[in-house]
Design a protein around this ligand. Sequence first.
Ligand SMILES: [Zn+2]
Length: 304
Amino acid sequence: MTATLGRLSDQSAVRTRQLDDLTLTYVVDGSMAMNKEEFLASIPASYWADHPDAVTADGRVAMSCGGLLVQRGDHHVLIDAGYGPARETTPWAEINCGAMLETLAALGHTPADIDVLALTHLHVDHTGWAFITNPGQPPQQTFPNASYLVSAEELAPHEHGINPPGSSPLEQIEPLEKICTTFADAEEVAPGIVTVVTPGHSAGHTSYVVTSARGRRVVAFGDAFHIPAQLTNPGWNSAPDVDTERVLIARARITAELEQPDTIGFGFHFGDQAFGRITRDDARMPTWTPVPAAAVMPTPRPFG
Ligand SMILES: [Zn+2]
């Protein structure tokens, strides 16, 4: 299958990329069209005027959601669990999601294949498929054989009864609290997968550094960045960021990770350019350069 480049202004196709012994696949759950004036209010209008390629035809920002499947032999780690079934409009976005299990099936996997569900953070568009609730029954793990992982810092506010803006509904949080395994910064939580806990976007937001057998790496950086322009302009925060000072620290650390040798990045919300690497532009500022990945399925749950 031929690796191709997508466009930033499109929702993501289901794309896969090989990294030595690792197969990395974006298991797309669906589409989110963000109102940039609400969700990215810190970004000056002049940026959008100068970058028509960064928005959809109707002036919104294409952000897909889903999970990154990291397959190494028979071992399957899923980083994040999408939004879950939803067709709705919120102040931040129009949302059309719920395809994740269909996408997984089309890729030849069942929920029982997943060994680890590693969460970047507890926002609604990252935990949606963690549990399935049928009326009159307790919530069931969608991935019945998986260890569910979340950082201790991310879980802490919820344990104190606080649900920050953008948080997952209690139907996801409460069962997660009962069964999850928590971790700290710089822990190897699965073979070749190390945590980078950087509070800022949320209380204990986590990126995962995944290393191949030959030492090549991918950094799945969750919502440390929502759009590529935030790599170049780390002061441009996103609406749900809980601590904008610590967002700056987080972004500096993730940028340094991305600039290590033999490293690519994965951004859930980077349009159809989820896989990329940091390069430096003429002004020596970090910029996102997408890398080709094979589109194995078209965009699930597109708009229109
Ligand atoms: Zn988030």
